[in-house]
Design a protein around this ligand. Structure first.
Ligand code: PLP
Length: 437
């Protein structure tokens, strides 16, 4: 197995951020999310470095990938901006001390409450997603006596080659306004509103993308559209190209290093510079919004193997103490993962197994054909690339507690998200007075 730099095998055990994973499992219990701070920071720095020659830009961490106070503090300390998609995420950024000016608020149906909170706090940009929202935000700003900078989310009609559930720019999409006449109409609508300041355009073509021709097509379409808006007398200051940069999960996925992400956004910036020249438009302030690629490979999940069942001629089930409540991605997308027996990490991979969870659903799997070493009950198994869209998608299904997350760095470990207790699970329960014991 070809491990990333901050992972290694010592004395037969898997180490992350200088910490022995078997010891982490012993100390903090399993299931346990572990996040490697160094890798998170390296990728953030790579994105900034990659754009450093472009001119004015911001890297906005798409925090839905992993949203917690410690992450927002790291984002802030690295000079990144933050994307939020809900009132809850926005609230967390404010608790973490993030400058509201450096926040971009997304969502295809932000509630009046969410919009009001963001406007009141002075959020930098609201990304408007359609005509209803243009009117709604203008009205809210009027009530709050505020003006608000906005971007318009455009559907550039570019099909990214990725899973259908994470494609966002097909013609049939709930996101954005379709490029061309519809989008022009929306921009002119925004321009006509007293309380809205039109600042630019946004697109996000999907997630887990390796096919960079999709970005090429998106840049071409967006800059061409900027030129057409200029012809209508509309200035465009900001171009936000979204996120979506892919990570390694398993098999044929390319293995990216921080340097390669730097290279990727450098190329994206070059594409924009070329298109800007071609269409003779002002070079926009560039925003990119990586989420998955910043935290995905920085995270692993540790589990204890509880039961093993071999169904002769069919498959072997290795059941771990987690499952779809803490990693729903197989159930949602049929995602694939790579794993290792962290207790016997130096042993050869001898079998393909189904790693299944403890929930009452057959689809409760981490993966169905995962290479693994000889494994016994009680071993610690680590699943890789679980830093993004695992904790943030976790639930209390079957009243399982959402596992804690520990951050590791240079041999140190500490919580960034503490464990839930049984009391936590019941904390919001209530019993109407007409229901008697
Ligand atoms: C989800 C999302 C992102 C981040 O996508 P990743 O694939 O995690 O990089 C960026 N921008 C918007 C608007 C998103 O919805």
């Amino acid at each position: 197995m070809n491990l990333r730099d901050t992972l290694c095998i010592k004395g037969g055990r898997l180490f992350i951020g200088g910490c022995d994973t078997v010891e982490l499992a012993k100390k903090y219990g399993t299931p346990l999310y572990v996040l490697d701070e160094q890798y998170v920071r390296e990728v953030m720095r790579a994105y900034v470095e990659g754009l450093s020659e472009y001119g004015d830009f911001a890297v906005a961490y798409a925090s839905k990938a992993l949203s917690c106070i410690a992450m927002y503090k790291i984002v802030k300390s690295e000079g990144l901006w933050t994307d939020v998609v809900s009132g809850g995420e926005f609230y967390a950024t404010q608790k973490a001390g993030v400058d509201p000016e450096h926040i971009v608020m997304h969502g295809n149906n932000k509630t009046p409450k969410e919009l009001t909170e963001a406007v009141k706090a002075g959020v930098g940009h609201v990304v408007l997603d359609g005509f209803d929202e243009i009117a709604r935000l203008d009205e809210i700003c009027g009530k709050e006596n505020k003006t608000q900078k906005v971007l318009l989310r455009i559907n550039p009609l570019v099909e990214a080659h990725t899973h259908a559930a994470v494609q966002t720019a097909k013609p049939d999409s709930k996101f954005g306004v379709i490029i061309g006449d519809e989008a022009t109409k929306a921009v002119l609508d925004i321009k006509s509103r007293k309380n809205l300041i039109f600042d630019g355009l946004h697109c996000h073509i999907g997630s887990q993308i390796f096919d960079y021709s999709a970005y090429e097509l998106a840049v071409e379409a967006m800059v061409k559209f900027i030129a057409s808006l200029n012809n209508e007398g509309v200035e465009v200051n900001v171009l936000n190209m979204g996120g979506g940069f892919g990570i390694y999960y398993a098999g044929e996925d390319p293995k990216f290093t921080p340097q390669r992400y730097a290279h990727t956004v450098r190329n994206l910036a070059l594409l924009i510079e070329n298109a800007v020249k071609k269409y003779n438009v002002k070079k926009p302030f560039l925003i990119v919004e990586p989420g998955r690629s910043i935290v995905g490979e920085a995270g692993i999940t540790l589990y204890t193997v509880g039961t093993i069942k071999e169904i002769k001629g069919i498959r072997k089930y290795v059941a771990i103490d987690g499952g779809m409540f803490e990693n729903p991605r197989f159930a949602l997308y049929g995602s694939v993962y790579t794993a290792i027996n962290a207790s016997r990490a130096d042993k050869p991979f001898t079998q393909k197994v189904a790693i299944c969870g403890k929930c009452c659903e057959s689809g409760d799997m981490i993966g169905v054909d995962i290479d693994l070493q000889d494994t016994e009950v009680g071993d610690i198994v680590a699943v890789f690339s679980t830093g993004a869209y695992n904790y943030s998608m976790a639930s209390n299904y079957n009243m399982n507690a959402i596992p804690p997350t520990v951050m590791v760095k240079d041999g140190r470990a500490d919580y960034i998200i503490k464990p839930q207790s049984y009391e936590d699970l019941l904390r919001l329960n209530a019993v109407p007075e007409w229901i008697k014991d």
